[in-house]
Design a protein around this ligand. Structure first.
Ligand code: FEC
Length: 314
């Protein structure tokens, strides 16, 4: 039972954040670059990628709003209305993580849980979100528990399994020519020196989904690496497609298990860039549907929240 009896528990739901408009891309990109504005060329490159996917609408914003609302409904169903109250906190856009914590403190919340809309832990991803949330919670005297990962939650694995099976159907029933490529955002290689669990957790999610879906031919590959002059984790998805093409692959299903929403890294990096690259090599490429506000995904997160507060064993 929680130390605060039946009082309301705040749930800080954290996501990457996206610009409000094409005019907001520069400020957003500057925030990602820790206050260093991008060059004109870098800005144009990013803006043109957004232009290609959005036509003025940034899907991650609406998807995050829907996820927060759906998690609230799921928590109300599992724990009774009003016991948990969700707040949104974004890494690189308003409302920032600190705004979300301040809002719950202003509402009188004394105990909070933080969960990030990505299932696997890295010190550079989830670790960063939780650190910022905890520092702000300390300032307001809010007791804060961060959920580090939920990458093997059975509801998450089952939701992903269904999407892989459905994607294979779209490609013609999962013939032996079809390769499933699990993918996630690359990070600088230096995380390996820190014994970061990120690569292992991504492999564990991929393996569990492949086993559940009965997939024999699968590999894991990285995507969306930054251009920072330092080495990033590889192989990159384009290198992997190139190699598999040379080895005779004709069809591929991409399962971006490190992401949960439709957003730039999926709608551009996979649906436009990787797809075009594969087609130029005579390979048919499809992607699984993203989880967005899928009911099973919401249940995985809600149960993780209840477990963090000691109200349910996972
Ligand atoms: O749709 C959208 O508007 C936002 C899509 C988006 C998501 C996302 C998720 C992750 N990132 C992660 C790591 C890094 C590191 C850097 C970095 C840079 C960018 C840039 C854009 C961007 N990320 Fe991102 N990321 C998204 C978008 N990301 C835009 C800047 C231009 C570019 O590189 O394309 C490098 C920062 C630096 O320069 O130092 C590192 C990780 C995730 C998955 C976990 C999470 O969602 O938090 C890890 C969505």
């Amino acid at each position: 039972m929680s130390a605060n009896g039946n009082k309301r528990v705040g749930v800080l739901v954290m996501s990457y954040g996206t610009p409000e408009s094409l005019e907001g891309v520069e400020a957003y990109y500057t925030h990602i670059r820790r206050g260093h504005p991008p060059t004109a060329e870098q800005l144009e490159d990013l803006t043109s990628r957004y232009r290609a996917i959005v036509g003025g609408v940034f899907p991650l914003r609406e998807n995050t709003n829907r996820q927060v609302a759906a998690l609230q409904r799921t928590l109300d169903e599992l724990a009774g209305e009003g016991r948990y109250v969700c707040y949104q906190g974004l890494k690189h856009a308003a409302p920032f993580i600190e705004d979300g914590v301040a809002a719950m403190a202003a509402d009188g919340v004394k105990e909070a849980v933080g969960i990030v809309l990505t299932p696997q832990y890295s010190i550079m991803s989830v670790g960063g979100y939780l650190k910022r949330a905890k520092e702000e919670a300390d300032k307001h005297g809010v007791a804060f528990a961060g959920i580090e990962e939920y990458h093997l939650h059975p509801e998450l694995i089952d939701a992903l399994k269904k999407r892989v099976s459905e994607g294979l159907e779209r490609l013609g029933g999962g013939s032996s020519d079809t390769m499933v490529l699990f993918s996630a955002h690359s990070l600088p290689e230096k995380i390996l020196e820190l014994k970061d669990p990120y690569p292992e957790q991504l492999l564990a999610t991929s393996r569990a989904v492949a086993e559940a879906a009965g997939v024999e031919h699968w590999q894991f590959t990285w995507q969306s690496a930054g251009q920072t002059g330092q080495p990033w984790l590889g192989p990159d998805i384009l290198e992997t497609i190139e190699r598999l093409g040379r080895e005779g692959a004709k069809a591929m299903l991409i399962a971006p298990v490190g992401f949960v929403s439709d957003h730039l890294e999926v709608l551009y990096d996979i649906d436009i860039e990787a797809k075009r690259f594969a087609e130029e090599r005579g390979i048919k490429l499809e992607r699984i549907r993203m989880l967005n506000d899928d009911a099973q995904y919401m249940k995985a997160m809600a149960e993780s929240v209840l477990a963090a507060i000691g109200e349910r064993a996972l």
